[in-house]
Design a protein around this ligand. Structure first.
Ligand SMILES: Cc1cc2nc3c(=O)[nH]c(=O)nc-3n(C[C@H](O)[C@H](O)[C@H](O)COP(=O)(O)OP(=O)(O)OC[C@H]3O[C@@H](n4cnc5c(N)ncnc54)[C@H](O)[C@@H]3O)c2cc1C
Length: 371
């Protein structure tokens, strides 16, 4: 790109903070930096025309982890770590609500419910047995016994007769959340440059030289918030994990309301605008879904449709309106990576399937780390 004097001077010189990635983490990080440094030059670089990661593709669950997910985490993490994970989600959701407001993000607390297919008798029994333990472990965070058994009031088929529900779980409108964050960054004089891919960076003196697909420039600090794409720029253990979704056409008199989890969180669905949004199935092909490609596969999409017909909408005709996929960043443990990479480079990546819950908090911590 052949830059003019004006372009260079206005957009690409004397930059204090450059953030790579305009997802929930990058934008929250930029906003916290702006509060601390009212006159700093803050730039966000985004490879997509719109944000192209998970923040505009997700299901909009404001969730803390379903009961089976928490029990499964207790097998691989210490109790203290699990409490910390849930606490981080709790604080993150409160921060998101405070930053943008419930009306703006269409926050609706209809509760979250885990359904157990009839074939998962063992898992259902384990979850029921551990209900007391999980509730007492998490009571200091929720201030109440959040997980409760509930009758199958939405009349799903081929599942056990009771759900295990978290009454505090909620849903948001993902599009509204991201649009509001983008509006706030614009109001706060944070420049977002779209269709710019960061290809390489190098510390040079007190600054970092950044090479993109369009130009090279210097920034005092470089903050990487590229989540599932992180290992393209950093030597960090972040695997891309594609997540596929579909949404139905509007269904007249749809009575289902809430966020729902099935199969240890590998499937999830919710109501939105009288439709059902349904995603998951990564466990059918872990290897194949370890990809940066944002496409769909018949294997997973057919399974989603089958479960819609057999479990969720067994007596209601439906049509699929749209299908899409997004890229998550995952690792061996559920902890995100927030760290200083070198003198002037920082990262906050690997948010797993919980970025709505923890993204605001991670963005804040990342900003605090880099000042
Ligand atoms: C289908 C799906 C459903 C989900 N459902 C939920 C849910 O219900 N609840 C929940 O809490 N979480 C959910 N998640 C996870 C959640 O969306 C993510 O954890 C969260 O959005 C991560 O935010 P982020 O800002 O870290 O990353 P991202 O939103 O992925 O943002 C990273 C950005 O960096 C950009 N980028 C990458 N590399 C470069 C580069 N080299 N140069 C410039 N830009 C670059 C990308 O284009 C992207 O916009 C879901 C994810 C998916 C995919």
């Amino acid at each position: 790109m052949n830059l003019s004097y004006w372009e260079y001077k206005t957009w690409l010189s004397d930059i204090d903070f450059t953030i790579v990635g305009s997802g929930i983490v990058g934008l929250n990080c930029a906003l916290v930096l702006r509060k601390k440094y009212p006159s700093a030059k803050i730039v966000v670089l985004e490879k997509g025309v719109l944000p192209e990661g998970a923040s505009t593709k997700n299901a909009g669950f404001a969730c803390y982890g379903s009961i089976s997910e928490i029990i499964s985490d207790l097998n691989t993490h210490t109790e203290e770590e699990v409490v910390q994970l849930v606490d981080q989600r709790w604080k993150g959701i409160q921060l998101l609500r405070k930053t943008l407001g419930d009306a703006t993000i269409d926050y609706q607390q209809h509760g979250g419910h885990e359904l157990f297919p009839k074939s998962k008798e063992g898992l259902y029994e384990t979850c029921k047995e551990n209900l007391g333990l999980v509730n007492s472990l998490l009571k200091p965070i929720f201030g109440t016994t959040a997980f409760q058994l509930q009758e199958n009031r939405f009349h799903f088929k081929n599942i056990k007769e009771q759900y295990i529900s978290n009454t505090l779980e909620a849903q948001i409108n993902t599009g509204k959340m991201m649009a509001a964050l983008l509006n706030l960054t614009a109001k706060n004089a944070i420049r977002i440059l779209n269709a710019i891919t960061v290809e390489e960076f190098q510390e040079s003196g007190n600054a970092v030289e950044v090479r993109t697909n369009a130009f090279t420039f210097k920034t005092k600090k470089l903050i990487i918030a590229t989540n599932g794409f992180a290992s393209q720029l950093l030597n960090e253990k972040v695997q891309p994990a594609r997540a596929q979704v579909l949404v139905t056409q509007p269904i007249p008199e749809l009575h289902i309301k809430g966020t729902f989890h099935l199969d240890e969180g590998y499937y999830y669905f919710r109501n939105i605008d009288n439709r059902i949004l349904f995603g998951g199935g990564r466990n059918l092909d872990f290897k194949g879904e370890e990809t940066y490609e944002q496409t769909e596969t018949p294997l997973i999409q057919n399974q989603l449709e089958k479960m819609l017909a057999e479990i969720i909408l067994p007596d209601t005709p439906f049509e699929v309106a749209m299908r899409w996929s997004g890229t998550m960043g995952i690792g061996d443990v559920k902890k995100p990576i927030i760290k200083q990479i070198s003198d002037n480079v920082y990262c906050g990546v690997r948010l797993g399937g919980m970025g709505i819950a923890i993204g605001s908090q991670i963005g804040k911590e990342l900003a605090e780390l880099s000042v």
